[in-house]
Structures are given as C-alpha cells and as structure tokens.
Design a protein around this ligand. Structure first.
Ligand SMILES: C[S@@+](CC[C@H](N)C(=O)[O-])C[C@H]1O[C@@H](n2cnc3c(N)ncnc32)[C@H](O)[C@@H]1O
Length: 234
C-alpha cells in the first residue's frame, strides 16, 4: 500500500468521502488516504492529525514528497484537537482504531465538531459502543459496510448528525443497515463469530472458576441473536 495504491479497506473508506470535501483524517499514520484523495482531485483541503511522533513524521514526509504541503496540513495533536474552526472541515475520517477509541476521540472534544461534518468511521471491533454513541448524539447512520481483507473483518460506518434517532439493541449490535442488506461479507462475518462465541460459551461451562453470570448472560444473548439472524438468512 502507498499513496497511489490504497488497501481495499482504505479504498472503501475513500469511496464515502464526498467530492470537494474538506477532510480531517484523525490518526492518519502515513497520510496515504489524504494524499491519494488529493492527488485524485476528490478533496479540496485536508488536515492530517496524529498523536504519535513516528506516524506524524511519516505523514509529513508523504505530504512533502508529493508537493502537497500547501493543501494538506499535518498536525501533531490528540484526536479532534487537530481541527481548527478556520479549517472549515466538512468530513472527518477515523480509521483503523478500536470502536471505543473512536468513540472516546469524538466524545472528548465535541466542541470542535460543528455538527455539519460527515463522519467516516472504520472501527476495528467495538462497533456496538460506537453506534450507541452515534445514536446518543443524534447521528444517523447513512451507510455501512463489512469487508474482509488479509483475514480480518473490517466495518465502515458513515454517519451525519440528523436530530434524534433510535436504534434497537440488535441494530446497535449488527448495524441497522447491515441488518437490512445482509451482504455475503456480513453473513460470513457473523458465521465465523457465532462459532467463536459458541466455543467460548462451552469453555465457560467447563471453567473451573465461575465466570460472572452477567458475562454468561450477555454472551448467551449474543449467540441467540446471531443464530436467529443466520436462520432467517438461510
Ligand atoms: C492503526 S493506525 C491506522 C492508520 C490509518 N488511519 C489507517 O486506517 O490505515 C492508527 C493511528 O491512529 C493514531 N492515533 C491513535 N489515537 C489517536 C488520537 N487520540 N489522536 C490522533 N491519532 C491517534 C495512532 O498513532 C496510529 O498512527
């Protein structure tokens, strides 16, 4: 992967960035997403935010080597602190981090959000708490994808603030749009997870030390939901 050839995961993220967006990519690492989108003429301006020095320097290098220093600002900052009101940001991407980390980044500096930005989120796990945050903060999920690359499942969640929105517990768990679409990648993900969760439940049953009842109940409920989903799909 480089700034010309993105991974399939980042290509799918890129597909959700609106034309002429002013994009802040928080946790940009090497900066490949922003440089690729700028070179393709998709985005009008960009901010790369990084909290760690090594990826910050890597992003600076990628931007410099592509002569884009005038159009992409690379900033060493924690989360949304990379964004200034003068940037006029219209879309924010947060990719390749746990869903809880993305949620915490969004929650910590809400004052930096105008509420007009499209959020393009690519959590690695922790999708349920992230969707819960979106719902609690009036964000409607506009698009969702599951994809598999290099033996990992990835999800993409695109949301915009819309006013009050309600999702059921199952919608928060599986994703409201994915529950409707039931793509092959989505069903394959849940088939794999069902096997894993069933195995964990049987380990719980044989564990010498008692597993907290709450944990067993939560897992049992998830196994029930997934079995129901797959039975309907089959
Ligand atoms: C696994 S990399 C993903 C890079 C890129 N977004 C992608 O999807 O390929 C996660 C990056 O997020 C950065 N990061 C983690 N927490 C952050 C925070 N609070 N603010 C800014 N960057 C953060 C890390 O330093 C790391 O470079």
């Amino acid at each position: 992967m480089n700034q010309q050839r993105l991974s399939e995961r980042l290509e799918r993220v890129a597909a959700h960035v609106p034309a002429d967006a002013r994009l802040a990519d928080i946790g940009s690492d090497h900066g490949y997403l922003l440089v690729a989108l700028m070179k393709r003429g998709v985005i009008a301006a960009a901010v790369a935010g990084e909290v760690a020095l090594t990826p910050f320097h890597a992003a600076q290098r990628t931007v410099r080597e592509n002569d884009l220093s005038q159009r992409i600002s690379v900033r060493l900052a924690n989360g949304l602190a990379a964004i200034e009101p003068a940037d006029g940001i219209t879309a924010i991407s947060l990719c390749g981090m746990g869903g809880e980390t993305i949620r915490d980044i969004l929650d910590r500096d809400q004052a930096r959000l105008s509420g007009e930005e499209r959020l393009i989120l690519q959590p690695n796990g922790g999708e349920q708490p992230l969707r819960l945050w979106l719902m609690d903060n009036g964000y409607r999920i506009l698009a969702e994808e599951v994809l598999r690359e290099n033996r990992f499942n990835y999800e993409i969640i695109v949301a915009e603030r819309s006013g009050p929105v309600r999702y059921t517990a199952q919608e928060l768990y599986f994703g409201p749009l994915q529950l409707q679409q039931r793509s092959p990648a989505f069903l394959a993900k849940w088939q794999r997870l069902l096997r894993l969760k069933q195995r964990t439940l049987s380990h719980f049953a044989r564990a010498r030390q008692a597993v907290p009842e709450e944990q067993v109940q939560e897992l049992t409920q998830q196994v029930g939901w997934i079995s129901e989903l797959l039975a309907q799909a089959g």
